[in-house]
Design a protein around this ligand. Sequence first.
Ligand SMILES: CC(C)(COP(=O)(O)OP(=O)(O)OC[C@H]1O[C@@H](n2cnc3c(N)ncnc32)[C@H](O)[C@@H]1OP(=O)(O)O)[C@@H](O)C(=O)NCCC(=O)NCCS
Length: 154
Amino acid sequence: MKVTIRPLVESDAYTSVKWRNDPEVFKYTGNTYKNEIKIENELEWIRKVTASPTDYRCAILADDVYVGNIYLTDIDGTSAHYHIFIGNKEYWGKGVAKQASLQILDYAFNKLKLTSVALRVRKANISALMLYKKLGFVEEKADDTWISMRVVAE
Ligand SMILES: CC(C)(COP(=O)(O)OP(=O)(O)OC[C@H]1O[C@@H](n2cnc3c(N)ncnc32)[C@H](O)[C@@H]1OP(=O)(O)O)[C@@H](O)C(=O)NCCC(=O)NCCS
């Protein structure tokens, strides 16, 4: 499967709004959506985050099908935070997240020249933890619920 990433565009909202309302996708993330996310909310969110100079917000495409989102946030010239979800669950477990992550990390280290990328993950999110370890993220600290990890430039 050919995986690519590209910056989010407003029309992505019509697909991603469906994922926002799927509790299984956001079960382990930092976001808990208590109310239904409406298309107006998702459009407004995309407009806001794509205008932010400290964010790099991308869509993940698998054979040209839009299947999830991947981001660098809090980009400060040295480091950034990484986030990912595959919203289309039919594409879980097919290596899509790994390929997309390698591409955004390449952008972080080789284009933005960052020295490290950090993330936070719930201990219970086994799939995400396996993915992050395979990408080279190393645990920095942990509490009962969360693990903080970081990968440094080679
Ligand atoms: C976590 C998530 C992004 C993983 O996406 P994915 O496309 O299914 O992951 P991949 O198929 O690329 O797997 C990457 C690696 O992790 C391993 N892996 C993934 N899930 C695993 C699991 N449940 N158990 C063991 N290994 C697993 C894969 O074997 C693969 O390793 P390999 O390249 O050596 O084969 C996806 O499940 C998801 O979007 N979950 C919901 C949102 C979420 O929790 N995001 C993270 C918030 S911190």
